[in-house]
Design a protein around this ligand. Structure first.
Ligand SMILES: [Zn+2]
Length: 359
């Protein structure tokens, strides 16, 4: 039924809650309980969350902290086992999670999947550690998330055939179609850092059964403004059928990750939202396990103080501390070019004399 047929004045709508299918809670700069407090206002009832960033700093203790802090509030966090800590050998990380650590995490009932396998070269070249981690996830029947920006053709096929079932890094529709062709599920990512919604949303007309929404990184100011509800409104405004949008936002993640979240079926947990309409998705009420957790923009979630796990101790930095003297270079130097709204970067040659910003 097209969206137009279900818009009737003075009617409200009961929907399953929204799911952020890939978000690092750490990027919100909030502990999980505080993240939940903001997210429920926008109708989010659960997340698929990779505690990669905290694991990079605090190791297994950091992952444990996220799980335990998340349990203090009525919100359905589903944490994964970080697959790539540290992310590269060039990082100076606080910890490393080796395959036995990842296996131990995956045995835990509070860990629901192996999170983004960033080491796609390792997958393609048969890295033993990488394959041990994937084998652990398979052993416990838990899905493996992908992370392979720009991977196409036979390489994409090989990566997917290793058992990796999702990707949230596509930045063109052609790349997403390539991956969909080999059976991979595609997450439309629109967060504070990377913005791929406009490039990918058109695919939802046809591929709604294989797509979800995620933010990946969501800073606190933008989480205060909105969450997956905003993406639903934008998708409907783009002409995507409302039921396809809701399938991607509410149902696909629950089924793919076997999340402990109700879908308004008999016997399900009462995880649901009341929205004003199916155009703006203004959330009037959010219920989790039958408990009212947000109403009319006000959160009823009460965060708990948590013990301090880690803190920084460094002096304030001045701009001069970051200066890099390139006057010794008489010729162009390589630089990393940041692209607005993307996580991918370009390698460029710069003339240091002209590009004063490097001085
Ligand atoms: Zn991520």
């Amino acid at each position: 039924m097209p969206a137009g047929n279900v818009q009737t004045a003075n009617r409200k709508f009961l929907l399953p809650g929204f799911i952020d299918s890939h978000v690092h809670i750490e990027s919100s700069m909030l502990v999980p309980a505080e993240f939940a407090k903001l997210a429920v206002v926008h109708g989010t009832v659960g997340t698929i969350s990779d505690p990669h960033e905290i694991a990079n700093v605090c190791g297994m203790e950091g992952v444990e902290f996220m799980i335990n802090n998340g349990k203090t509030v009525p919100f359905k966090f589903h944490f994964g086992a970080p697959s790539c800590v540290p992310a590269t050998i060039f990082e100076t990380a606080g910890a490393a999670l080796l395959s036995p650590d990842v296996d131990a995490l995956l045995q835990n009932g509070d860990i629901h999947y192996l999170s983004e396998m960033m080491n796609f070269p390792g997958v393609l070249h048969g890295d033993e550690e990488v394959y041990k981690k994937i084998a652990s996830a398979k052993k416990y029947g838990k899905p493996v998330d992908g992370h392979a920006p720009g991977l196409r053709g036979d390489d994409a096929k090989k990566y997917i055939e290793a058992g990796i079932s999702t990707d949230h890094e596509c930045f063109t529709a052609a790349e997403a179609l390539d991956k969909l062709k080999y059976g991979m599920k595609i997450l439309v990512r629109e967060g504070s850092a990377a913005k791929n919604f406009d490039a990918l949303i058109g695919l939802m007309h046809e591929h709604f059964e294989m797509m979800m929404f995620c933010s990946d990184d969501k800073h606190p100011d933008s989480l205060a403004d909105g969450h997956i509800n905003q993406l639903c409104a934008r998708a409907v405004a783009k002409g995507i059928d409302v039921f396809k949008v809701l399938q991607a936002a509410c149902i696909n993640p629950v089924q793919h990750y076997k999340m402990n979240i109700g879908l308004l079926k008999e016997g399900d947990a009462a995880d649901l939202i009341v929205v004003e309409d199916l155009v703006n998705f203004k959330v009037l009420q959010t219920y989790i396990d039958g408990k009212l957790v947000a109403e009319n923009g006000r959160s009823l979630v009460v965060g708990h103080a948590s013990r301090l796990l880690n803190n920084f101790d460094c002096a304030e930095k001045q701009i001069a501390d970051f200066a890099f003297d390139v006057s010794a270079f008489g010729e162009p130097v390589y630089a990393i070019e940041a692209l607005d709204g993307q996580l991918i970067t370009n390698k460029i040659l710069c003339n240091p004399i002209v590009k004063k910003r490097f001085l």
